[in-house]
Write a protein that binds this ligand. Structure first.
Ligand code: SAM
Length: 204
């Protein structure tokens, strides 16, 4: 019951943003992985799945579209972010036509999705990304070192009900798509993973 009440409070956009501020060490690693792994220029169009209140918009130089299932976050993103498009939408049922974006990203969202939803999101991301692009997953994972009990406990208290080890994240995605590259940045609050997802069969 306490967990449910806490989750309802965290749904409020302002409380959510405060939570993001406290999680700065983790957010910095998300930002580093986007900068180093996602090919971005001022001409690149990016779709962000599970964009929350649009924090990632600030580090995308080109055309940005963020979608989130929570309409309150989308309303807040429209109010506080400059530029970009924000739409309330389910990442597992995108309404965009095929091949609409150069790159698709998802930050800190896979641990909110069960296996079926994660696979549906990956398939939708690969449907709407243009040839040559990829679906870039960046998310916290359960600690690589199993002795990091405090870090594991911290992540298990998250609102997201589906915290995964890197290998479990890769196994779920690999059920429907190809995984071309993975990388992990270790840190004080969370270990953060990068997973590059491509069409099944696209890996030589
Ligand atoms: C921890 S937040 C991350 C938000 C943002 N990417 C960031 O880094 O600030 C996870 C987000 O996933 C969204 N979400 C959960 N399930 C979703 C779904 N099926 N489709 C779209 N968004 C979803 C939640 O509403 C929430 O905003």
């Amino acid at each position: 019951m306490l967990r449910k009440a806490l989750e309802r409070v965290l749904e409020l956009p302002a409380v959510y943003d405060l939570n993001q501020l406290i999680g700065q060490p983790t957010v910095r690693r998300y930002t580093q992985l986007i900068a180093e792994e996602v090919p971005l220029t001022a001409e690149t169009s990016v779709l962000d799945l599970g964009c929350g209140t649009g924090a990632t918009r600030q580090i995308i130089p080109g055309r940005y579209c963020g979608i989130d299932i929570n309409p309150d976050y989308i309303a807040a993103a429209k109010r506080i972010r400059s530029g970009g498009e924000f739409i309330a939408m389910d990442a597992t049922k995108l309404t965009f036509p095929d091949a609409s974006f150069d790159q698709v990203i998802s930050v800190a969202t896979t641990h909110h999705l069960d296996g079926g939803q994660l696979q549906a999101m990956a398939l939708e991301a690969l449907r709407v990304v243009r040839a040559g692009g990829a679906f870039h997953i960046i998310d916290a994972i359960l600690p690589v070192n199993p002795r990091d009990r405090a870090k594991e406990m911290f992540f298990r208290m998250d609102r997201g009900r589906f915290p995964r080890k890197l290998e479990d994240l890769v196994a779920v995605v690999s059920g429907v798509a190809g995984v071309a590259r993975t990388r992990v940045l270790n840190g004080p609050m969370h270990d953060v993973a990068y997973v590059k997802v491509v069409r099944a069969g696209a890996i030589a």
